[in-house]
Design a protein around this ligand. Structure first.
Ligand code: ADP
Ligand code: MG
Length: 610
C-alpha cells in the first residue's frame, strides 16, 4: 500500500514528497486528530486549484487511512469542499451584483449554454484533473442549476477524478499489489451505481417539492380560537404630506383581518411603511396614520402601540381580549440602527415570534425579501399560514405560470428588456405566444435590422434579442405599427407608421391600431393570459391607447384567466377603470415580477405546506 502511494507521489510530483510525508506521518501519529482536520482543510484548497492538491490529497489520505477509507474520504471531502465553495459563491454575491452579472448578455449566453449541457458532460469536464473546479463553480453559481443536481455533478466528477488517479497509480504497481486494482475498480463501480440510484431518488424529491409549492396552508386550515395571531400585512401605502393617497392595500387586507376576528382570535397586526434609513425618517413613517385609516374602514377601535418591542408592547398584547385588534409600529424602525428587520436579524424574528401563537403572512408585496417580519418570524413559530391575499397571489400568479391552462399567452411590455429578461426566459418555455410591446419592442426591431429612430433601445441587448427571436421560432409576436412622435411629451404631434417605416428622427411611444388588431386575434381563444408591462407611455393620455385597448380585449375574453403582474401595468389597468375586469391584479410589483421569473420567493417558501 505504501509503495502504491509513494508511486503516485513520485509520478506526479517531481520533488521529494516522501520526506515531507514522513514528517507529517510523525506529527499525525502523535496527534491523530490532525488527520480529521486536514481532511477538512484540503478540499477547500483542492476546489481552488487543479491537479496538485488532489493528488497530494489522495496520496495523503491513502497513506494514513488505507486504500478503501482513503478513497472514500477523498471523494467525500473533495465533494463537500467543492460544493461548499459553490454555496459560498451562490450566497456571497449580493442580489444587486448578481442581477447585474446575470443580466449581462454574454454571461447570460454562457450560463444558458452551461444549463443546456448534460449531466454527463459537466461531470466529465469537472472530472478532468486539469480543470480548476473553481472556474466551473463560479460559472455554475450563475446558472439556475438546482443545488442538488450540482452536488451530484460534483460527486460524480470527484469519483471519476479520484478513481482514475488511483487506478493509474495502482496500475503501475500491479506487480507488487495486483489485488489493489481490482479493489479500486470494485469500489468505484459500486459507489458509481449507488449514486446513479441516488439521482433517481433526488429526481422524485424534486417532483414532490414542486407539487408542494402549490398547496400552502392558509388561515382556513388552522384553529384560531382564543389564539394570539400575528398578522404580517402589507400596509406600505403611498403618503403625501401626512395623508394616505391610496388606501387600496389596507382595503385588500380586510377579508383576512375580518375572518381571523370572526374565528375568535386576538389580532396583532404589523407592516413596514416607506423607507427608514436613519432616525429622522421615523417621524414621517409612523403607522399611526394607517392604524387610524384601518379603524375607519373596519369601524372599530384599533389599539396602536408606537413601539416595535419592549414591555409596553408585551403588556398590551397580554391584555388583548378576543376580537380586539392591536397594531404595532413600522417594522422598519428596527432598521435603525443595524438593519435588523431588513437583514433578518435572528434575535428579532425570534422575539416577534414569541409574541403570538400563530403567524399569518398576508404580505405578498414583501414576499421576495427575506426579512425578520416574514421569514424571521416564520422560522421561529410552529404554525405559519398564508392570509387570503397571499393565497390569491400564489394561486393566480404561481399556478397560472407553473401550470397554466392552455393556450397560454403572455403580453410583455414596459420600459426595458433588461428588467424583464428573466421573465422572458421563464415564460418562453411555458407560453404558447409572447406578445411584445412597450419600449422593449424597439430593441427587438433593432435586432431584426429595422431603423428605430430615436426610440428607446438597449444596444447591449440587441444580440440577445436576436437569439431569442431565433430560439422562440415564431412564438414571439412584435408590433406591426407604432405611434411615433418627435419628442417625449404629452403634447407632441404624433403619427402612425408601420414598423418597417419608422422615421429616423422620431420615437415610438405606443403600439398602433393594426397591432391592436393583431394582438386581439392572437388572444382569441386564450385560456390563460399573463400581462406584465404597459404597451406605451400610458402616463400621457395620447399614448395610452394601446394599453387601454389591451385592457379592453382582456376584459372581454371569455372563460379565460387574466392576470396582471407588474407595478405600472397594474396601476394603468386600475386607473383606466378595469380593476374588476381581471381575474387577478397582483398587489406586489417587485414580488410579482420575481414570481413570474419562476423564482421561489422566501416569504412564500417559509409558509407551511398543507
Ligand atoms: P411594470 O411596472 O408593469 O413591470 P415597467 O416598469 O417595466 O412596467 O415599465 C413601465 C414604463 O414603461 C412606463 O413608465 C411607460 O411609460 C414606459 N414605456 C412603455 N412604452 C414605452 C415606450 N414606447 N417608450 C418609452 N417608455 C415606454
Ligand atoms: Mg415598473
Amino acid at each position: 500500500m505504501y509503495r502504491l502511494n509513494s508511486f503516485i507521489v513520485n509520478i506526479f510530483l517531481k520533488f521529494n514528497f516522501t520526506d515531507f510525508m514522513n514528517y507529517w506521518q510523525k506529527i499525525v501519529d502523535q496527534y491523530p486528530v490532525l488527520i480529521v482536520l486536514i481532511c477538512f482543510m484540503l478540499p477547500f484548497i483542492e476546489a481552488l486549484f487543479p491537479v496538485l492538491p488532489i493528488i497530494a490529497f489522495i496520496a495523503f489520505n491513502m497513506q494514513n487511512l488505507g486504500l478503501l477509507w482513503g478513497f472514500i474520504v477523498t471523494v467525500l471531502g473533495s465533494t463537500i469542499g467543492t460544493y461548499f465553495v459553490f454555496l459560498i459563491l451562490n450566497y456571497s454575491l449580493s442580489k444587486k451584483i448578481r442581477k447585474k452579472i446575470e443580466r449581462n448578455p454574454d454571461v447570460l449566453k454562457a450560463s444558458r449554454w452551461l444549463e443546456k449541457k448534460g449531466f454527463v458532460f459537466c461531470s466529465l469536464v469537472m472530472g478532468n484533473p486539469f480543470m480548476p473546479t473553481s472556474i466551473f463553480n463560479y460559472a455554475f453559481s450563475l446558472t439556475r442549476i438546482n443545488r442538488k443536481k450540482y452536488f451530484l455533478i460534483v460527486l460524480i466528477s470527484r469519483l471519476l477524478l479520484v478513481g482514475s488517479v488511483t487506478i493509474l497509480g495502482a496500475a503501475f504497481s500491479v506487480e507488487e499489489n495486483p489485488i489493489a486494482v481490482i479493489w479500486v475498480l470494485l469500489v468505484y463501480v459500486v459507489v458509481y451505481i449507488i449514486y446513479l440510484l441516488l439521482i433517481k431518488v433526488f429526481k422524485n424529491i424534486k417532483k414532490r417539492k414542486r407539487r408542494n409549492i402549490m398547496s400552502k396552508k392558509s388561515v382556513r386550515d388552522v384553529n384560531l380560537k382564543g389564539k394570539t395571531v400575528l398578522i404580517r400585512v402589507d400596509f406600505n401605502v403611498p403618503l403625501k404630506d401626512n395623508v394616505i393617497t391610496d388606501d387600496n392595500r389596507i382595503v385588500q387586507a380586510l377579508p383576512t383581518i375580518k375572518y381571523i376576528k370572526e374565528q375568535g382570535a386576538k389580532l396583532v397586526l404589523f407592516s413596514h411603511l416607506g423607507r427608514v434609513k436613519e432616525e429622522s425618517d421615523k417621524a414621517k413613517s409612523s403607522m399611526a396614520l394607517v392604524a387610524k385609516r384601518l379603524s375607519e374602514l373596519l369601524e372599530e377601535k384599533i389599539i396602536f402601540v408606537p413601539e416595535t418591542r419592549g414591555e409596553k408592547l408585551e403588556q398590551a398584547i397580554k391584555e388583548l381580549q378576543v376580537g380586539e385588534i392591536l397594531m404595532f409600529e413600522n417594522t422598519r424602525f428596527e432598521d435603525v440602527p443595524g438593519k435588523k428587520e431588513s437583514k433578518n436579524d435572528p434575535e428579532l424574528g425570534k422575539y416577534w415570534a414569541s409574541l403570538g401563537d400563530v403567524f399569518v403572512n398576508d404580505a405578498f408585496g414583501t414576499a421576495h425579501r427575506e426579512h425578520a417580519s416574514n421569514v424571521g418570524i416564520a422560522s421561529n413559530i410552529k404554525e405559519v399560514v398564508a392570509g387570503f391575499l397571499m393565497e390569491k397571489e400564489i394561486k393566480f400568479i404561481g399556478e397560472a405560470v407553473d401550470n397554466p391552462e392552455k393556450p397560454f399567452v403572455a403580453i410583455l411590455g414596459g420600459a426595458k428588456v433588461s428588467d424583464k429578461i428573466s421573465v422572458i426566459e421563464n415564460l418562453i418555455n411555458k407560453a404558447d405566444k409572447i406578445l411584445i410591446c412597450g419600449a422593449m419592442a424597439y430593441t427587438f426591431f433593432s435586432a431584426q435590422g429595422y431603423e428605430i429612430g430615436t426610440s428607446k433601445c438597449e444596444k447591449d441587448y440587441v444580440n440577445y434579442a436576436k437569439e431569442l427571436l431565433a430560439k422562440a421560432k415564431g412564438k414571439i409576436i412584435l408590433p406591426v405599427d407604432n405611434v411615433v412622435a418627435k419628442e417625449f411629451s404629452e403634447t407632441a404631434e404624433s403619427q402612425i407608421v408601420l414598423t418597417k417605416d419608422l422615421p429616423v428622427d422620431q420615437m415610438g411611444l405606443d403600439i398602433g391600431p393594426e397591432t391592436i388588431k393583431l394582438f386581439e386575434r392572437e388572444l382569441q381563444g386564450a385560456k390563460t393570459v399573463v400581462w406584465n408591462g404597459p404597451a406605451g407611455v400610458f402616463e400621457f393620455k395620447k399614448f395610452a391607447v394601446g394599453t387601454n385597448a389591451i385592457c379592453k380585449i382582456l376584459a372581454e375574453l371569455e372563460n379565460a384567466t387574466t392576470i396582471i403582474g407588474g407595478g405600472d401595468s397594474a396601476a394603468a389597468a386600475i386607473q383606466m377603470g378595469y380593476e374588476d375586469k381581471f381575474t387577478h391584479i397582483s398587489t406586489g410589483g417587485g414580488a410579482s415580477l420575481e414570481y413570474l421569473e419562476g423564482k421561489e420567493l422566501p416569504g412564500i417558501a417559509s409558509i407551511n405546506n398543507k
